[in-house]
Design a protein around this ligand. Sequence first.
Ligand SMILES: [Zn+2]
Length: 341
Amino acid sequence: MLLHVVRALGFFALARRVSRRRLRILCYHGLSIGDQHEYAPVMFMRPEVFERRLQHLKRLNYPIIPLSEAVGKLRSGDIRNGEVVITIDDGWKSTATIAAPFLAKHRFPASLYLTTYYVERNDDVFNVVVQYMFWRTRRATISVAGVAAALDGEYQVKGNEAALVDQWVTFGARYCDAPGRQELLRTLARQLELDFERVIEARRFTLIDRDDVRKLIESGIDIQLHTHRHTFPSDALAAAKEISENREALERLGAGAGVHFCYPSGRYSPDHPQLLAQLGVSSATTCDVGSNAAGDSLFLLKRYLDRDDAEDIEFESELSGFADFLRGLRGNVGRPQETPQ
Ligand SMILES: [Zn+2]
């Protein structure tokens, strides 16, 4: 309500003028099929909300430019009109099936930061499905027997979801291969009295495949780095391996080598910017909130993580720079935002 008054008084327009030399970077993840947006509003946005956001961008006449052009302009101090970049993280199936056609309809460029481990497999993203199923179940308690010594027992579910998710995810990661993890998901679904075929309907918990990568590139979406296994360790050798495996996979998929990077879950360490520069990376985005000015580190770019439960007026406040101004007053600039996983 207050934001509507602020806009009516002309403060959004004023903020937009004052911040016209700052680059805005928007961040999206997957689109929601069924109830996914209720489970994780940052990770899965309803298609109608995403479409409405794109219509807002068009109506408000923001220049939407490709990521590489934006990085070049930021480096040379040539951001002049509040330019906006659209980024999409991870590479959920719905990026190809739902988001890409919307973007193409509006002729908006976008970059996809693709984590590649699951792209070369056909499996559901294990840790996310485990988390979703513990969120979805109506069971208050479960009695697990005959699965594995580490998992068997009587458990309270409600209020204890995080610990149970951790227990099942850790077990799957440590003791199962890929088919074993898929089987473990079916076992868990039975324990939680969920219809597993409905949980994974429409491939809503898988990432894109090779064919989708080709179609995305044809529709003008630029594909960039997001590590192979969605983790970026602080150890330099392990981090470099994540980048090289991600690059090799992108090349096998015909998506080029990738020169722009996004920190998985927005986590970075003080040594990461320098390491990325040494690895021939040109820019890196975080999940820290805000916009970007000439002279800011190109390896710690701020973004706005748009979410299903944000109102259009909040989105407009972010775009205009007014939200940034408020954060400045509160000393909140650059705080990390809630991230999926
Ligand atoms: Zn991610």
